[in-house]
Design a protein around this ligand. Sequence first.
Ligand SMILES: Nc1ncnc2c1ncn2[C@@H]1O[C@H](COP(=O)(O)OP(=O)(O)OP(=O)(O)O)[C@@H](O)[C@H]1O
Ligand SMILES: [Mg+2]
Length: 474
Amino acid sequence: MLPEKKQVLIVDDEPNLRKILSAQLSRDGYDVLTAEDGERGLMQLREHHIDLVITDLKMPKVDGMTLLKKALEEEPELPVVLITAHGTIDTAVEALKSGAFDFVTKPFDKDEVRQIVAKALKTRELRGTDATSTSAADGARFGIIGTSPGILDLYAILERVADTPTTVLITGESGTGKELVARALHEHSSRKDKPFIKVNCAAIPKELIESELFGYERGAFTGAVTSKPGRFELANGGTLFLDEIGEIPIEMQVKLLRALQESEFERVGGIKTIRVDVRLVAATNRDLKRLIANGSFREDLFYRLNVVPIRLPALRERTSDIPLLVGHFLTKFNERLRKRVEGVEQDAMDVLVQYAWPGNIRELENVIERAVLFCDTQRIRSTDLPLEIRGMPALANVPLPQADLQAALAGEGGLKEHVKVAMSRLEKELVSRALQQTGGNVTHAARLLKISRKGLQLKMKELGLREPSTDKPD
Ligand SMILES: Nc1ncnc2c1ncn2[C@@H]1O[C@H](COP(=O)(O)OP(=O)(O)OP(=O)(O)O)[C@@H](O)[C@H]1O
Ligand SMILES: [Mg+2]
């Protein structure tokens, strides 16, 4: 497949700036759209598939900050780069806090913008198509929902450590709420009016991590036409959240360790030592002990980070929280999608509680969003849930063929015959599940069942299974 041209939207009320920037970016091979104010910018965003937005801060009608927030509400992963005339750290921090990818200060150099654009698009690509992280609106709420023992323990730890300068290491599978907890720690500390700065270590290209964290001085490398503070400096007085810390390159780990131990560092290309007061929270879904064992994570850094460990339980370890979470997300998506879904039917709730949730709360959140969107009755029914979730009740809940059992015990037919019937039921059950799980793909299902494709086809014929999606257990 040929790479498609990326679409960049430039929003600025200054015609000259729009012209220069769009000429430059077109030359660099992007498709460029422009808008002269935030209102038109938002319209463009709704009408086109935009990969990146560059917007001025001060504009008539809808300003850049509002544009940023609205754009992220609709598409949380959209990289937005702000142009600020004032260049104060405050505005920059405010923008980064609201989820901007980066900022440039006027007057800026074309090369600086080109670099940021390339970096933002690369970052987005690295993140893949998973457009589901927290939006600005979620961030505002900071509610951690749950009453299961694991979550009650969490509240207790939060209470104890939130308002301390102690470093916290949050671990847990993907989607268990690590970022939510990191933000809660910040919000419940006396640093809450200072910046919360997040760095996703997995999303920043390896060679840019150092300048991203520690900033750089003018002339430090080609393209460094101005100097720029790093995330440590921006987080001064507040909290620095190093997400996916397990991905940080080993060469950077020594520098990070020193910055943490001594609270001081130098910008790239700089000689001045900079001191900051930053509370550090780190998170990972990797097993750091294992990374240490295979030499990709430094043990000394681990101990420096793991002062207070918080392990977030997987959703399947706390199914009792599911109804509460479902209620929470119903309210959220009713509001956001302007719907009035009142609740969840029992059969649908049973399905939700039984499913294994490999993607944890984020997956549950997505399923509820989808269900709310498609639901046209007052309550969500199991048919509003995606097939891969409802197709798999726990094995223990497959109804036993009571009639067969009774017939056997009433002396009709012999043991052998009944066992044969039961076996073929079980066979049918497993084959149709395998097909469901693989979306009806016979080759994949055969691999799963460890039989040949041909064998599976024969089996399906024998069992009367043709259309996997319509053949449900009775
Ligand atoms: N206890 C909770 N109550 C309410 N919402 C929650 C809870 N835990 C997580 N969420 C929501 O689930 C989603 C995923 O959470 P979050 O982004 O914090 O997970 P994560 O552990 O950082 O995931 P990843 O490892 O994929 O980055 C978010 O929208 C978050 O608001
Ligand atoms: Mg996260």
